[in-house]
Design a protein around this ligand. Structure first.
Ligand code: RP5
Length: 165
């Protein structure tokens, strides 16, 4: 998966390569805000040892925020959250069988004490996960906060009030 140069305060993990078309919206948002990230496949079910290694090592590796996306029986975000105190943002990927409702419920219904900040199903959720990761990092990075506010101002300016050209 893609890796940007330099330190990567954001880790984007996903259960399968098939999730990348969704999770790349998070990556695109981070690119737009000039936030470094590393993206990789970590499957809760197919690569459990990789999951444990990633989740237990993320903080020491310099990761500040984790974006975790998965579909179906989407245990990845919750399992990551069980092994780290870093903020974990969960993105439910739209599944074939149940259109992502299964993914959403799998991710959002965490027991009290093990939080996953759950976003919307699909690309909107991934985009917002990128924005929210940037917001968290911006709390201690004034330049990033300025870029984030500029991006939001641009979005506001792009919304026409009239219904016709
Ligand atoms: C989940 O199963 C993945 O997160 C993915 O959304 C879903 C299907 O995976 P593939 O069969 O396409 O690899 O673990």
């Amino acid at each position: 998966m893609s890796t940007r140069a330099g330190a990567a305060p954001v880790a984007i993990v996903m259960g399968s390569r098939s999730d990348w078309p969704t999770l790349k919206s998070a990556a695109a948002m981070l690119d737009a805000l000039d936030v470094a990230y590393e993206a990789r496949v970590v499957s809760a079910h197919r690569t459990p040892d990789r999951l444990v290694s990633f989740a237990k090592g993320a903080q020491a590796a310099g990761v500040k925020v984790i974006i975790a996306g998965a579909g179906g029986a989407a245990h990845l975000p919750g399992m990551v959250a069980s092994m780290t105190s870093l903020p974990v943002l969960g993105v439910p990927v739209q599944s074939r069988a149940l259109s992502g409702l299964d993914s959403l419920l799998s991710i959002v219904q965490m027991p009290g004490g093990v939080p996953v900040g759950t976003l919307a199903i699909g690309e909107a959720g991934a985009k917002n996960a990128g924005l929210m990761a940037a917001s968290i990092l911006a709390l201690s990075d004034a330049e990033l906060m300025a870029r984030l506010e500029a991006w939001r101002a641009g979005q506001t300016a792009s919304v026409a009030e009239s219904v016709e050209d």
